[in-house]
Design a protein around this ligand. Sequence first.
Ligand SMILES: [Zn+2]
Length: 568
Amino acid sequence: MKVRLVTLVLLITFGCSSSRDSATTDSNSVSKPSTNTETLISYQDRITVPYLRTHLSVLAADSMEGRETGTRGQIMAAEYLAGQYRSMGLKPVGDNGTYYQNFDLSATKRDSTVFKTYKVEDGEKELIERSVESLDKMASYIRSYGGSDSLSGEIVFAGFGVNDPANNIAHLEGLNLSGKWVLVFEEIPHVVDGDTLVNPAIDGRRRLASAVNQKGAEGLLLIPDMNRAEFQDLAKRVQPMYSEPSSLSLDYLNSGSSSGFSKGYTVINPELATKILDLKGPKDLDSLRANLVDNISNFSPRTTGYMLSQTPYSSKPKVETENVLAFLEGGDPKLKDEVVVLTSHYDHVGIGRPDSTGDRIYNGADDDGSGTVAILNIARAFTEARENGYVPKRSILFLNVTGEEKGLLGSRYYSDHPVIPIEKTVANINTDMIGRIDARHEKMGQENYSYIIGGKIISSQLDSLLEVANKQSGNIELSSRYNDLKDPNRFYRRSDHWNFGRLGVPFVFFFTGVHEDYHRPSDEVHKIRFEKMAKIAKTMYATTVLIANTDKAPEVDNQEFIEITRDD
Ligand SMILES: [Zn+2]
């Protein structure tokens, strides 16, 4: 590493002194811009705390409504970014000479779910209850998860619904559960009075998988430990699910089959459960639960004589959204066809469940307001350099993508519909969340760092350029803690850079880690550490300059990475 670094420094210095037109064009810059690396790097001082703060204060303001993909807030944020690029005089390379790359997403919107409960006697079905759950209606059931299919079946009672042979528990054995609703108490009594009753590894998810995947049940029907008011409260809180388009996806990638969990995971009003279990009142339900805890290994499932049908109604609205992109043309006649793409996602998660202070707006100041204003400021530094007659050799594309929080959709769309061919895209510099510090670094008292993902696990040359650039700019600690193709978290796939990486474009990703306000309404501007953010943005800027000006674009030379992208 050291050796290569020295060579590169020499190379860059040599490159500077040999670029003959560098010092002479200062006064006559407009006609023939210089591509001098050193001078370009000096424009990093245009990356400033006031600039970052000013723009982040707008993007992460409550008025942007959390910038959720397809909402008014996201469109306002897009317009704001486009306005900034326009004022910088960057070239619009989106649709029809705009800064926008528009595309449609398909979504699913729950309209309502109809629940019908029947009593079955001597083969005769009698409807005893029909209720509808929707944006303004509450039912005796809450469709909590899945349930995209129409589901119908007998209700059988299966205690806690767990099989744990080591503890002699077989609540799912002794009755054919195929095609049936399995009624269970919601809580699993893992530990009672210090004794382990049920293996804690058997959680709700595993219970659902056992009942549905292994036993073929239609779904789980959960009896919550709640009184009437608590159940109503829960039912009310989930109603907004019926207004929002969910499961956003790119049309052209849909394989045709419906996505998501089709079987049921539904909560039942305890009062109705009492009736179905042929009990007198809530007290009886409590004693049944307590009895079951005491005699947990002496239970097998039983039929109830009731059945349930759950029918979902949904629509498939189209959601319009857009990436924002702006272009700076390079100054080298041969290399300007090639491009370095800088990315951040400007969408966030919108308005949602309130936190303990009642705040419902998820501002996303760090995620990814921070990366987005860093890109803006980098664009500003480049355009100021251009105003003074300096441009990089290769071109630069500033790309703020949408739909990241919905599954990297905007970067996927761009990489499938690039405005500059992918073969001409020499690198992607991506950033998401660089405005805070994580607990690890808080403890160490180290603020000036960034996790780096990509770089050396893809291209040794890209890594060297980054190291050299950092020394001349932000001089931050470049942490490779998560930079491993064998990392079980697979961070290298988890943000927008992967949509470039999968196509063989080397990338480097800047990220300072998660924190307690991650995806919470409290991810706000006043918590951002602008000083260190400016340092990271400077390192990103200088890295961009070096990549744009290097004679030979960084090559993917890590065999392991090549194999991963080939198999993908
Ligand atoms: Zn993010």
